[in-house]
Design a protein around this ligand. Sequence first.
Ligand code: HEM
Length: 505
Amino acid sequence: MDVRLVEKALLGLFVAAVVATVVSKLRGKKLKLPPGPIPVPIFGNWLQVGDDLNHRNLTAFAKRFGEIFLLRMGQRNLVVVSSPDLAKEVLHTQGVEFGSRTRNVVFDIFTGKGQDMVFTVYGEHWRKMRRIMTVPFFTNKVVSQYRYGWEEEAMRVVEDVKADPMAASEGIVLRRRLQLMMYNNMYRIMFDRRFERMDDPLFERLKVLNGERSRLAQSFEYNYGDFIPILRPFLRGYLRICKEVKDRRLKLFKDYFVEERKKLASTKSVDNAGLKCAIDHILDAEKKGEINEDNVLYIVENINVAAIETTLWSIEWGIAELVNHPDIQQKLRNELDTVLGPGIQITEPDTQKLPYLQAVIKETLRLRMAIPLLVPHMNLHDAKLAGYDIPAESRILVNAWWLANNPAHWKNPEEFRPERFLQEEAKVEANGNDFRYVPFGVGRRSCPGIVLALPILGITIGRLVQNFELLPPPGQAKIDTSEKGGQFSLHILKHSTIVAKPRVF
Ligand code: HEM
């Protein structure tokens, strides 16, 4: 490490500590802040709390400090709410006040400081982006237009798995094939494109760059430089890599997808008979001057992450739970056979007729919530919450996972038991009609993609269970369901090998 840099940083830290102490004494403004561990100058609670701010660690703090607590992480205020009433206050009652987003130094890079939709503050730009994206992505019309494509992609997964002799014997990493399916589901909507095979070079490049982006953004390892600006020089290398990945990724989206589509649009009419794909709508908005070229690319960026990864993680969790609970898997298969008839392949409209399938999906999203802390919210201005002062620009995390896994509110929450959604929790829906269960958030910043995610989950899990018996690999009683949490993501740590034995009808 550069010794002079360390010297400078230490000196800077000392000066900043003195200044911070003096300023706070002089200011004398007494705020009533939420409870939390006692902070020290400069570092706040960072030395006590560390970097790993995942949903389980934040749950442990909630047990100590209560349903609202404050962590002062260097210069950043982190407010965590962990009760249904406070979730309602943040997401609904004071939805405008807490409807902005914070970005950290890394998300600033990947979103061009909020030129996208997911990470932009609540205001004009967000409203415009949400309006422009709604027609091409987030309506029931999109579902009725693209569901045939999703059914076809799921059918191809089934065919490919059946054709692979390893699948029925030693097993395969099913997730790899499902990843291709999820890309195809979304790239058909976005660009009217699909990738034929897992080794398609363009698909490979996309996968690698998106994977790098997620790893870099979700990692906790850069927290110190984000929380404590004076340590930021040590983050230079990391941020340089982020910037390179961002540039390469946006260039790939532009050169291979957006420009291709523009060319196609100029050579033949793509808007006859409703054949427009999402990017055509987005490019129309650009032509009208509503958004710029960068906004277009950041919309593509958002869909690559917000839509593909979250849904894929949820499918992967659902399959893992079904493999580890063969009785539940069999019950689901029986429902599919009884309602649809053996061998009759599930389609999107069928998903409504299958209550146990719906319950399996809800239970997966409850126990294995893909975004367990929601995407961080923020208050642009000073605010009040539960009688406490919340300084402007605090990061507000709703611990949605704990809301849905707190034994004070749920019967044996650690159990994977879909029946709860047919029995004591029969009225609870995934759209947030109950603040104990908000896997897609609620209110202004809630997930608009729920309308696509639920049918895709239903079709995919339904087809797999209809066509295969899904088992752990030989010699293993269960597959490993250890978790990997990130800044606000939760996925399975190891992509398991799964045996898929074709059923004979
Ligand atoms: C199982 C799959 C999915 C889960 C669990 C999920 C979950 C979430 C959550 C928790 C949020 C943040 C809510 C908040 O901060 O209050 C969110 C936001 C968002 N999701 Fe999803 N999502 C999924 C699939 C999708 C899909 C398929 C799309 C797009 C087609 C999508 C697009 C978005 C967008 C654009 C936002 C940002 C909304 C805003 O800031 O205004 N998501 N999602």
